[in-house]
Design a protein around this ligand. Structure first.
Ligand code: NAP
Length: 253
């Protein structure tokens, strides 16, 4: 990965932050995006200090198409040829059954997880295709493959990411650009705190009684995907904690 240019969305916490550390440890040059400038700056400062790699940050809300396009267009020439795009920014909101769903939550998830991912991908892909090289790694979820109570719209957004990835694969066939979907099960990050809007007690119950995945477990998997030889394309990886058999079956003690 030495000097490879990697753009990671949602790099201010969780899986995105862990990806930044993991890729930095391999010598990659990082472009880190998220909305919280303070968190992003802290992640970037720590990475520069520990790994001595180039790292730039941009405060970008992936739902803002103009901001996405401007951030890509403003990249200096030495940063423009992005080699790896990790489409990680995403969130869930609420766990209500569909008939009690909060429309604003649905729109936020669709705008971020689906439309945001599309905006970023559309902005980055042309340079990859022109260079006949590049790797798009989309973070979907086990929730996009299997239903669970209250997962409804979040699951649908991740199913959309999965099908988009498959279609990207087909459209990009012959261009040399690779596409992979990573489907994590339960990972302990800020994810559940965001889902329950800051209710840390409720969020912590999600991870009780078993050993969840860490953000670094997922980042290691993403690094593995990104470091295969150019002729090898891992199209999909589902990873769960050993205690998790499916979206709904988790062995808790
Ligand atoms: P997290 O700790 O909450 O991280 C989410 C990241 O996305 C944050 O850096 C957040 O940064 C960023 N983000 C959210 N909305 C954004 C927006 N509109 N524009 C730009 N950045 C945005 O949760 P995580 O678990 O690491 O989640 C990362 C990805 O993994 C998500 O796509 C999630 O759906 C997926 N996933 C998570 C799990 C799990 O159990 N944790 C399982 C399967 C899949 P800012 O708030 O600073 O913008």
């Amino acid at each position: 990965m030495k000097n490879t240019i990697v753009l990671i969305t949602g790099a201010s916490s969780g899986i995105g932050e862990a990806c930044a550390e993991t890729f930095a440890a391999e010598g990659a040059r990082l472009i880190l995006w998220a909305r919280r400038a303070d968190k992003l700056d802290t992640v970037a400062a720590s990475i520069r200090e520990r790994f001595a790699v180039d790292c730039i940050t941009h405060v970008v809300d992936v739902r803002d198409r103009d901001a996405v396009n401007k951030a890509i267009a403003a990249l200096p020439p030495s940063w423009a040829p992005i080699d790896v795009l990790v489409n990680n920014a995403g969130l869930s909101r609420g766990l209500e059954p569909i008939h009690e769903g909060v429309i604003e939550n649905w729109e936020e998830m669709i705008d971020t997880n689906v439309k945001g991912l599309l905006y970023v991908t559309r902005a980055v892909l042309p340079t990859m295709v022109a260079r006949k090289s590049g790797h798009v790694i989309n973070v979907a979820s086990i929730a996009g493959m299997q239903a669970y109570r209250g997962g409804n719209v979040y699951g649908a957004t991740k199913a959309a990411v999965k099908m988009l990835s498959e279609n990207m694969q087909v459209d990009l066939n012959g261009t040399g650009v690779r596409v992979c979907t990573i489907d994590p099960g339960l990972v302990e990050t800020e994810f559940s705190v965001v889902r329950f809007r800051g209710d840390t007690d409720r969020a912590s119950t999600v991870y009780q009684g078993y050993q969840p995945l860490t953000a670094h477990d997922v980042a290691d998997t993403i690094l593995y995907v990104a470091t295969r030889p150019a002729h090898v394309n891992i199209q999909n990886i589902l990873l769960t904690p050993t205690a998790q058999a499916s979206a709904t079956v988790v062995h808790r003690t």
